[in-house]
Design a protein around this ligand. Sequence first.
Ligand code: ZN
Length: 302
Amino acid sequence: MVFYKMKVTLIILICAICPLMVSAQEKDVVISVDKLSNDVYMLTGQGGNIGVYVGQKNVFMIDDQFDRLSGKIKATIDSLTDKPIAFLFNTHMHGDHTGGNAKFNNDLTTIVAHDNVRKRVMINQQKKLDNKDITELYYTKMLPEVTFSEDITFYDGEETIMAFHVHNAHTDGDAMVYFVNNDVLHMGDTYFAGRYPYIDLNSGGSLKGYINAHKKALMVIGDETKIIPGHGRPSSKQELENYVSMLEDLMTKILAAIKAGKNLEEVKADSLISAAYDATHGTGYIKPEAMREIFYKSLVNQ
Ligand SMILES: [Zn+2]
């Protein structure tokens, strides 16, 4: 009887886990759409938020999440317009923003990114090519075809699309994209709305660069600008200002701890440092302890 009960419990446990495993797969991911202005939409699925600008003749797309979601993302864009995608812009190199490059890259679509995005995507895809996980053709189609070092501007009728690089922020190849007339800014992963940021220190990111990126964004935008974060919900200028204040406060506290001789383990364990923000920002992918570790490592290595 006891064995029987154990068996039943085990089956129930397995069945309880199964749907969770399946839900992480593509078939349950829903691509949702937020209309932010006359011509600009934000698409949310799994991975980084996608920006879609429907122009006079073509579409300008920002980031593309994962390869396995490309069909769903394309179908969602097709539901908004029948115009072709002329440009696909990568805000940075991470796979949840560039994973669909090969699927979207065709004769009509040109992939654009900062110089360092191409370099880092090349390195990552070369490993997959060496392991024979991808073909030569797939490798080539993953790479940005037009790159820039500081900024690049696109013109489409009344709209001006300004893309500008911010130095050593989330990575070493971040760029933001501002649609001047629509008044929408896509910040890529230089902004994680409503949660602590992930700063990729191994790919050239830094806390100071991250904060400077926000200050550059705040100089460009106005009070009514809609902001697309890399992750999280659309935000306002005021919300971004509050976020920068939080980062500066955390930086000040962690710098003080470093000056007081605290080591990494002590700062990681010191929950008082971020107590004021943990409930509102510490429940996402980056937990409070991980945030304190990233900030500490960035500040001691600068
Ligand atoms: Zn990222």
